[in-house]
Unconditional design. Structure first.
Ligand code: BES
Ligand code: MN
Ligand code: ZN
Length: 498
């Protein structure tokens, strides 16, 4: 189980028990909350003895501090404290959660003397706490000793002490929505494919109706009628039928055009007849990371009642080898009418997305479309897990996405598109082929998608190396990272709410 944190806010908390966490900067003489939680001046002695300098994200853990009812006192450093970014506060919150260990009552003092700590910063700190607390161990029947405490489903009471408690609480209502959306995306990515097939994923999306999202689910029959031959070609090798989920959040004015997000939801990617090698294939349970991020984002927008009209579309299929699977050389007709020669059945994501994008554009004429997809292994070769790949036909949308990436630290790097790449996917037999050869694999995949968006401002985020398996950090210790949810929520918040 994840550590369960029940977060509340207070102006002061003189009789703190259990664990107290005091924030400080390297310049401060005293940490936040010193008079309440450290009357005996333990911190001053530790600092004087040179044991603690307040370095960014460093901690000093003091057991049973003299002269207080506390079991433990943890001092958490913020470094110099000048120009702390939202992400710095998130990381500090993550480190605070790591310090909780077995405590069941935690009081965090955040008002560092001499530092301007805004309610938004406090809410970001709390968001970092929640994100770090997440753990996916649903299928572990034998818990490790350090997990004994959570086995009892214990909830840790966290009180954050700050002068602007009520403003912080209000800001936290929004960041808590963000935490829930990120955690939804992480859960979906971590869940194995035998448990999460297209139908089960669609059912999860349907649960967003509770938050006021309108959710439709298109069946195979309906997709056939629409002519989605590319998506259906991928699905035909699986005994589990595909679904196309269409979510609508109507938080904006009714006359406002919607913005749209489209996710690749391949619940498992064996490669199909162009089967993948066995080593590491288990990771392909995460090939629905794009759809997971879109579902997570829709959760956030609805939960925080964002003033925007937003569409979320999920293309849910399983890519399997089978007597009925599609073959290399097969030619399929997409909903757009364009024909595609399937050179490699493992380049299936673009086949799913091309019909989902076309459908989205055709039905909703959105202000923009952003698709997220674990599309190519090549994006990790180019960018590692540090940046996701950004491909776009629109400079303004790109600039906005890049900026949102910097402020959330879900970073993007813009990659090129162009005619010379586009011609690499011309086909001898059809309008295009689904792979472009060995070179520029991530770019030719993007060129393929671009053929299905007309003039609508569009961005494709290749999240193959960021949605899962990236190194653990202060705010994520899970294989599925939930990448994209915070990024896109920030984009919406900064530019698209009325
Ligand atoms: N789902 C994979 C891409 C992927 C690879 C995601 C590793 C996450 C980790 C995608 O469907 C795929 O198989 N792409 C091929 C494309 C190739 C056949 C042109 C790839 O990247 O090798
Ligand atoms: Mn594939
Ligand atoms: Zn795939």
């Amino acid at each position: 189980m994840s550590l369960k944190l029940a977060v509340s806010f207070a102006k002061s908390h003189a009789a703190a028990e259990g664990l107290a966490i005091l924030l400080t900067t390297s310049g401060a003489d005293m940490p936040a909350g010193a008079t309440e939680a450290d009357p005996a001046g333990v911190y001053a002695r530790a600092a004087k003895s040179g044991k603690f300098t307040g370095k960014s994200l460093s901690t000093l853990d003091i057991v049973a501090p003299h002269g207080t009812p506390l079991d433990r006192l943890v001092i958490l450093g913020l470094g110099k404290g000048d120009s702390l970014s939202a992400h710095d506060w998130l990381k500090a919150g993550g480190v605070a959660t790591a310090a909780v260990k077995g405590a069941d009552t935690v009081t965090v003092y955040v008002d560092v003397p001499g530092l301007q700590v805004s309610p938004k910063a406090v809410a970001d700190f709390a968001l970092g706490m929640l994100l770090r607390a997440y753990k996916f161990d649903t299928y572990k029947t034998k818990k490790k000793p350090e997990d004994e405490e959570d086995k009892a489903e214990k909830t840790v009471k966290v009180t954050i002490v700050t002068a602007e408690a009520s403003a912080a609480k209000k800001a936290f209502a929004e960041t808590e929505a963000v935490a829930d959306g990120v955690i939804l995306a992480r859960n979906l990515v971590n869940e194995p494919a035998n448990v999460l097939g297209p139908l089960e994923f669609a059912a999860k999306a349907k649960e967003l109706e509770k938050l006021g999202v309108e959710v439709e689910t298109l069946t195979e029959k309906e997709m056939k009628k629409l002519g989605m031959g590319a998506l259906l070609g991928v699905a035909q090798g699986s005994v589990r039928p595909p679904r196309l989920v269409v979510m609508q959040w109507k938080g904006g004015k009714s006359k406002d055009k919607p913005i749209a997000f489209v996710g690749k939801g391949v619940v498992f990617d064996t490669g199909g007849i162009s089967i993948k090698p066995a080593g590491g294939m288990e990771d392909m349970k995460g090939d629905m990371g794009g759809a997971a991020a879109v579902a997570g984002l829709m959760h956030v927008l609805a939960a925080r009642k964002a003033k925007v009209n937003a569409i979320g579309i999920l293309g849910l299929v399983e890519n399997m080898p089978d007597g009925n699977a599609q073959r290399p050389g097969d030619i399929v007709t997409s909903m757009s009418g364009q024909t595609i020669e399937v050179i490699n059945t493992d380049a299936e994501g673009r086949l799913v997305l091309c019909d989902a994008l076309w459908y989205c554009n055709d039905r909703f004429q959105p202000t923009f479309m952003i698709n997220l997809a674990t599309l190519t292994g090549a994006i990790g070769v180019a960018l590692g897990s540090v940046h996701a790949g950004l491909f776009s036909n629109d400079d303004e949308l790109s600039e906005r996405l890049l900026a949102a990436g910097l402020s959330t630290n879900e970073r993007l790097w813009r990659m090129p598109l162009g005619k010379d790449y586009d011609k690499l996917i011309d086909s001898k037999f059809a309008d295009m082929k689904n792979t472009g050869g060995r070179q520029a694999g991530s770019i030719t995949a993007a060129q393929f998608l671009k053929r299905f968006v007309k003039d609508t401002p569009w961005a494709h985020l290749d999240i193959a190396s960021t949605a899962m398996g990236s190194p653990n950090d202060e705010i994520n210790q899970s294989w599925g990272s939930g990448y994209g949810v915070r990024l896109l929520d920030e984009l919406v918040r900064a530019h698209y709410e009325s």
